[in-house]
Design a protein around this ligand. Structure first.
Ligand code: HPA
Length: 251
């Protein structure tokens, strides 16, 4: 691998629209077979002489693309076209089970897909070869381990494992929906984990998720009547970004 290869791509979720620390930054606008990505790919280094990493804002840098309209295929294909092999998804989520309160970071090991009507495969177009990728373990084990080890070196606690439930959004869930997700075994809820993870697998990318818990999911916290506001979500993500940056430095 040459020094100039991009060793990691980071996809930022709600509240994370760039990596302030990027130096030697260039901007790429790759063309893909699947149309336009959410925005440019910023490529740079986190420190002088460090590895090159790529960053893309999943919802666009102005947060203008809602979860169900994100062109997940184009985003991942754009990163792949730059030679990226490892993709770390940052996902802002709600916490369902008791360990996952606001401010917690987690690296889920599994997921359940509740989304609908999204283009969820690279074999969508008539005439494309149909593939059935194994998805029993949806996140890349070695990238997950690398994230967990990086967090240990950085002294940041990240919960190892958990089940991510991907909902359709853009509205938040009802209490009954969250109660059902808890019964299903979900620890975390977010709107963008799928089809992103499945398409990454189809494209042969090593993909893992670092989830930032921004709020208790509806009815899941100590105050069952709590109303979730975007301001609270963004404040909790902002509070976690320094820790996320430290993990990325180590990674
Ligand atoms: N539900 C779904 N997605 C989210 C939430 C939530 O409570 N918080 C942040 N993203």
């Amino acid at each position: 691998m040459s020094d100039d290869s991009i060793q990691l791509a980071v996809i930022g979720g709600t509240g994370i629209y760039g990596l302030a620390e990027l130096i030697d930054m260039s901007t790429e606008l790759p063309l893909t077979d699947f149309g336009d990505p959410s925005g440019p790919v910023r490529v740079g280094r986190l420190r002088e002489g460090g590895a090159r990493i790529a960053f893309m804002a999943r919802h666009g840098e102005a947060h203008s693309v809602p979860p169900h309209r994100i062109n997940y295929r184009a985003n991942l294909a754009a990163l792949k076209s730059l030679g990226v092999q490892r993709v770390l998804a940052l996902n802002t989520v709600g916490g369902i089970t008791e360990d996952y309160g606001p401010g917690v970071l987690g690296c889920p090991h599994d997921l359940i897909d509740y989304t609908w009507g999204r283009i969820s495969t690279i074999c969508e177009e008539p005439g494309s070869e149909v593939i059935h990728v194994d998805f029993g373990e949806p996140y890349c084990r070695s990238l997950r381990q690398a994230v967990l080890q990086a967090s240990m070196r950085a002294g940041i606690s990240v919960i190892d494992g958990g089940v991510y439930g991907a909902t359709q959004g853009p509205r938040l869930e009802t209490r009954a929906e969250i109660a059902r997700m808890r019964r299903d075994g979900c620890d975390l809820v977010g709107m963008t984990g799928m089809p992103e993870a499945g398409i990454a697998r189809e494209l042969g990318l090593n993909y893992a998720c670092l989830a930032i818990v921004a709020n208790w999911a509806a009815g899941a916290g100590p105050d069952p009547d709590e109303v979730i506001t975007l301001d609270d979500v963004l404040a909790n993500v902002a509070a976690a970004t320094a820790d996320v940056a430290k993990i990325l430095h180590e990674l």
